[in-house]
Design a protein around this ligand. Structure first.
Ligand code: FE2
Length: 296
């Protein structure tokens, strides 16, 4: 599409108005900004011509984007939700994160990340009194050659059994969200609950858009991870639970096969602190980090 529309820019057939607007950016001092703005105008004009956009549709679109902005605050990011549900977030992710051996696949950040308040000791329970099937996660962070990455920070966040993140609940304190740090073997462990599928927020313009086009708002059950250390690219990913009904119709298109996991059934065990635990699930996973590109 980019090559086709860019080629149109040099062609006599290009709409004179489009050509005039594209030319208005020609003197932009930043060449990347010039490229982005000119391409944006060409695609935007091509889209309007393609669908023969009506005045009322243009007004509805302005209203929709206005409402999307008005829905945003420090805990709700409706524009990220819009980007996610249009597949733009995953496209940008794919453009910027080419997969290579030993490096974990990336996926969307999602709208509910907030930096954890403090580091939590490895082995802790991040679910507190939250109801659900106990889940013991044992993770290792490695470089592409399999060597452990010590002293990496590991942020974890997930929804509760009702499908809500802590930040969606008025007055809710930090829950099902934590930052851990890997040990000398690159390992962290924690206790949580098995996640469940949940709908993305539908009380805003994005939800109305999904309803209008007959799309469901559900995301398959997952736990979010963000892992970083100096010298490595920060990894933003999820682990999805195998067998979930929405694995193949994720409302934000975030599922990748490598990220689908099957926690094992464990009859009984013990926490890192020595407390006995009855039936629970255990999930082992190795996250591979990509070394940062050397500075040019
Ligand atoms: Fe999520």
């Amino acid at each position: 599409m980019t090559a086709r529309v860019s080629a149109m820019a040099d062609h006599e057939a290009l709409n004179p108005l489009t050509r005039q607007v594209v030319a208005s950016f020609e003197a932009a001092p930043d060449p990347r900004l010039r490229q982005v703005m000119q391409s944006l105008v060409m695609h935007l004009h091509a889209f309007a011509e393609d669908v023969q956009l009506t005045m009322s549709e243009w007004e509805a679109a302005i209203g929709f984007l206005t409402q999307t902005g008005q829905k945003c605050d420090d805990k709700r990011q409706e524009f990220i939700l819009l980007s996610d549900t249009l597949g733009l977030s995953m496209l940008v992710d794919a453009i910027n994160h080419k997969t290579t051996g030993g490096v974990t696949e990336t996926t969307v950040l999602g709208p509910f990340y907030v930096p954890p308040l403090a580091e939590t000791p490895s082995g802790s329970d991040i679910a507190g009194d939250t109801e659900g099937t106990p889940l013991h996660v044992v993770a290792q962070v490695t470089s592409p050659d399999g060597a452990p990455v010590a002293d990496a920070w590991v942020d974890v966040w997930q929804a509760d059994d009702d499908g809500y993140y802590d930040v969606q609940k008025p007055g809710q304190t930090e829950n099902l969200r934590a930052r851990f740090r890997t040990d000398a073997e690159g390992r962290v462990s924690f206790w949580s609950i098995v996640p469940t599928s949940y709908p993305i927020p539908t009380d805003g313009p994005v939800g109305r858009m999904l309803g209008a086009v007959g799309r469901h708002p559900y995301r398959p059950a997952h736990v979010h991870f963000m892992i970083g250390k100096d010298g490595y690219e920060t990894l933003v990913t999820h682990l999805f639970m195998a067998g979930d009904a929405y694995l193949h119709s994720d409302a934000v298109f975030g599922v990748k096969d490598e990220l689908i996991v099957t926690p094992l059934d464990v009859a009984e065990g013990a926490t890192e602190a020595g407390d006995r635990v009855g039936p629970h699930k255990r999930l082992d996973y190795v996250f591979g980090l990509r070394p940062s590109a050397p500075a040019a």
